[in-house]
Design a binder for this molecule. Sequence first.
Ligand code: PGA
Length: 246
Amino acid sequence: MNIQIYKSNQEAAVAAGEYINSYVRNNPKAVLGLATGSTPLPLYAKMVKACKNGLDYSGVTTFNLDEYVGLPIDQEQSYRAFMNKNLFSHLNIDINNTFVPDGMAQDLEAQCAEYEERIKAAGGIDIQVLGIGSNGHIGFNEPPAPFDSRTSVIDLTEQTISDNARFFESAADVPKRAISMGVGTILDARACILLSFGTGKAKALKGAIEESPDVMNPASALQNHPNITFYVDEASASYLTKQHKT
Ligand code: PGA
């Protein structure tokens, strides 16, 4: 595990952005796994800036981790709308090569299986971007999350619904289910980067890095990944032991 601690989320985003942008520079047909939420926004700003400065994203394919069930994509809270607004519309990427699970699909099980097949057909994911929930979730894999799970429909926990209520009029408007890549799907990526910012994530991050892997903290599954880098700000690193802070 590679743990990089920065003074601020902005500094962490610079480092994570350099990693992704240089990967794309060297691998114009890169397959990136992407995440939503507040955490990756400064990273996406770095990708957009690099593209505006000439980095070519036209050959890149992306797969998002998750999407709410039953939220039409023209609603701004849908993860497809979030990605279009915050990243895809600012890159010279082919929108047809950006994939987000279809939470409006008639047959959700078939949609999950199809998503797995699409990732496989693209040759797998080169770099998966991850956030972490205050309960340790990655994607929408809520605890307890088996480490070999595949893309599936997930019932969101009260914790996640309350964490995400800020994007909706009220907690009652947050969808109760989502499609999410599984933990096993995530672990198949050739590299993973997890961004964690703020004290709200500090406890989950400590569990993910320093406690024995446990399905009650899904991010702890990453301890078994051969190429995982954590980009963390000081606030999120506040519970880590000294050994991980140097
Ligand atoms: P956040 O969500 O970036 O909005 O904090 C992260 C997550 O729940 O994975």
